[in-house]
Design a protein around this ligand. Structure first.
Ligand SMILES: [Zn+2]
Length: 286
């Protein structure tokens, strides 16, 4: 059993400022952790303590004989730095306030705490209430974070399911509508640019100008309900178009996919649509 008297402080800490700090650190419960073992080789108690003064950490080691006299001590300031990859690297430096004549306030506070500890069997481990509540807070914070993550995942899953369900319902609706729409290509020659342009109109009786081909293809891909105007709104899917339009859509898809590799130009698509028209016309005449 390690027995320490409060007066032991004065045999180790002689500097008046350090004595004042020792008492203050002890009063503010700055000694966070103490671990006591008995070293059978040295025949002494080995005390390792962690002191936290407003976030400034230090580690104190004391060797104390069976009579409670401090044989020697060591004190290091602990530093932790956050790396770019957010890992934490810690290092230590010798305490500037500990010297041959006097130990620092941290060591003094540990001695006062040791004197106040109840008699316990060795090895003995002490954690301050403050530290415990910090650990508890951190644990609760992590638990709350995990709960939020879980809820976010659940909500995301529900949204996914809802969207899939809507797309499926839209497709069913469009299939039961039996209405078929047409995609009508229009060629125009610009005399200023000296270029041929192709554009598309979409609809049944009344046709609307298709403003963006890629968005249009996305609507088909995702079975989106879209309103072009008063007389045209429907759920997009391949089945909603007549046969000729479907072939044009396939060509447009191919053009969009390959456009980045620049294997198609606008002339290719005009030619392809033209060939398709002739081909279908021939089929009709047969
Ligand atoms: Zn020190």
């Amino acid at each position: 059993m390690l027995k320490i008297q409060p007066s032991t402080l004065y045999s180790v800490v002689s500097d008046t400022t350090s004595i004042r700090l020792s008492e203050s650190y002890y009063r503010y419960d700055n000694v966070e952790e103490i671990h006591i073992t008995f070293d059978t080789d040295m025949y002494m108690y080995c005390v390792i303590a962690r002191v936290n003064v407003l976030g400034k950490l230090s580690q104190c080691r004391l060797w104390i004989d069976e009579e409670g006299n401090v044989d020697s001590y060591q004190c290091h300031r602990l530093f932790e730095t956050k790396q770019r990859d957010s890992s934490i690297v810690s290092y230590e430096r010798d305490c500037p306030w500990c010297n041959e004549e006097s130990a620092c306030g941290d060591i003094g506070a540990v001695l006062l705490k040791l004197a106040a500890l109840p008699d316990e069997t060795i090895p003995f481990h002490y954690i301050s209430e403050k530290r415990l509540s910090q650990e508890e807070k951190e644990k609760r914070r992590q638990e709350e974070y995990r709960k939020q993550q879980r809820n976010r995942m659940l909500a995301f899953g529900k949204t996914m399911l809802r969207e899939q369900k809507r797309a499926y319902e839209n497709k069913i609706v469009s299939l039961t509508q039996h209405q078929q729409y047409e995609l009508q290509p229009e060629l125009a020659y610009d005399h200023v640019d000296e270029k041929l342009y192709v554009s598309f109109r979409i609809g049944a009786q009344k046709k609307y100008v298709l403003k963006d081909i890629e968005t249009f293809l996305e609507r088909i891909e995702n079975h989106i309900h879209y309103k072009y105007g008063k007389q045209l709104e429907f759920v997009h899917c391949m089945e909603a178009f007549d046969e000729r339009s479907r072939k044009q859509i396939s060509l447009l898809k191919q053009w969009c996919e390959e456009r980045q590799q620049a294997t198609w130009n606008i002339m290719d698509i005009i030619m392809a649509i033209h060939v398709l028209h002739v081909h279908l016309l021939c089929q009709k005449m047969k």
